[in-house]
Design a protein around this ligand. Structure first.
Ligand code: IPM
Ligand code: MN
Length: 343
């Protein structure tokens, strides 16, 4: 039976890259039934809600969600973001955010030393807790006595399940990253769960790094990393860093999944890119690789590999957009991937 894919291009660059991902999925022969929903800044301004109850009911039923990017200068950024992307992550309980970074061509590495350029790592970011939950407040707002709090939520269940997932996907090593030397309560829980979960996986190598040292090591020698597991905020920050190690935000994909329920939302990491959106300059690779992650998640690793292989071959031939050394437009770059699909 064909899978039901809810399509949410949303805003800006999302509107340009999602059609390219769909083009590639169709060319690869994916048995998907795509349905696009009107979730974007125009709809928010019109309806007054980020996602209407009718659309939410459809999204909650879909096998997967193919997502573009949210954000628009005309709307309140935080409410809108919280009402779309963060709501989907939280309410569908998509607790795993997978952010792979793979160097497809040497020329895309910013590193001088050739022997340290090899990058093929995966950040497993906790996606439903931490500093993202929106708990906190502002007391005596606008006065000189103002107090602002932002709660960092870490639960036994949430920390345990993300650590376990990291071991499920590790090939040689899991590196857990936190800031337990300064953030002792949350760090204490992470450390305890880390030791307990690691003890259940004696065959996998393990290492702990503090987030500051991890940032330094990632730039110094990214080839040392396999799987990184960390909390929501550190995962957000470090995954932008790892994207830049392999060619930049334009090619970074992500999967937001719940491995237990099977729900998933797949999105490029680049965001709406207002500076270049609407001019045919946006790189569709982040969205296409996110589509490949969706295909893998829905159970077709051969097709996922074929899409990824076609992307790699197009990048190496410089049949890509300007940000990664080509001269093609967004849709021409999508066509270049389609042309190289061997499946
Ligand atoms: C990302 C984005 C989001 C995040 C923003 C848009 C809330 O930066 O997916 O990395 O911080 O998770
Ligand atoms: Mn981010």
């Amino acid at each position: 039976m064909s899978k039901k894919i809810a399509v949410l291009p949303c805003d800006g660059a999302g509107k340009e890259v999602v059609p390219e991902a769909i083009k590639v999925l169709r060319a690869a022969g994916a048995d998907f039934d795509f349905e696009e929903f009107d979730v974007n800044a125009d709809a928010y301004l019109r309806d007054g809600v980020p996602i209407t109850p009718e659309v939410w009911a459809e999204l909650a039923k879909a096998d997967s969600i193919l997502f573009g990017a949210v954000g628009d200068e005309r709307v309140n950024h935080t409410n809108y973001l919280a009402g779309v992307l963060l709501r989907l992550r939280f309410e569908l309980d998509l607790y795993v955010n997978l952010r792979p970074a793979k160097l497809y061509d040497d020329r895309l590495s910013p590193l001088r030393r050739e022997d340290r350029r090899h990058v093929d790592l995966l950040t497993v970011r906790e996606n439903t807790e931490g500093l993202y939950v929106g708990m906190g407040g502002r007391f005596k707002k606008g006065t000189q006595d103002e107090i602002a709090t932002q709660e960092d939520i870490n639960t036994h269940l949430g920390v345990t399940r993300i650590l376990e997932h990291a071991f499920q996907v590790a090939r040689r090593e899991v590196v857990m990253i936190d800031k337990s030397n300064a953030m002792t309560y949350a760090g204490g829980l992470w450390q305890e769960r880390w030791k307990a979960v690691a003890a259940q996986h004696p065959k996998t190598k393990t290492r702990h790094l503090l987030v500051d040292a991890a940032a330094m090591q990632l730039v110094k020698d990214p080839s040392q990393f396999d799987v990184i597991v960390t909390g929501n905020l550190f995962g957000d920050i470090l995954s932008d860093l790892t994207a830049e190690l392999v060619g930049g935000m334009g090619i970074a994909p992500s999967a937001n999944i719940n491995p237990k329920t099977g729900r998933g939302l797949f999105e490029p990491v680049h965001g709406t890119a207002p500076d270049i959106a609407g001019k045919g300059l946006v790189n569709p690779v982040g969205a296409i690789l996110s589509a490949s992650m969706m295909v893998r998640h829905l159970g077709d690793p051969q097709m996922a590999d074929a899409i990824e292989g076609a992307v790699e071959s197009a990048i190496r031939a410089r049949e890509c957009t300007r940000d990664i050394g080509g001269s093609l437009s967004t849709s021409q770059a999508g066509d270049a991937v389609v042309k190289r699909l061997k499946y």
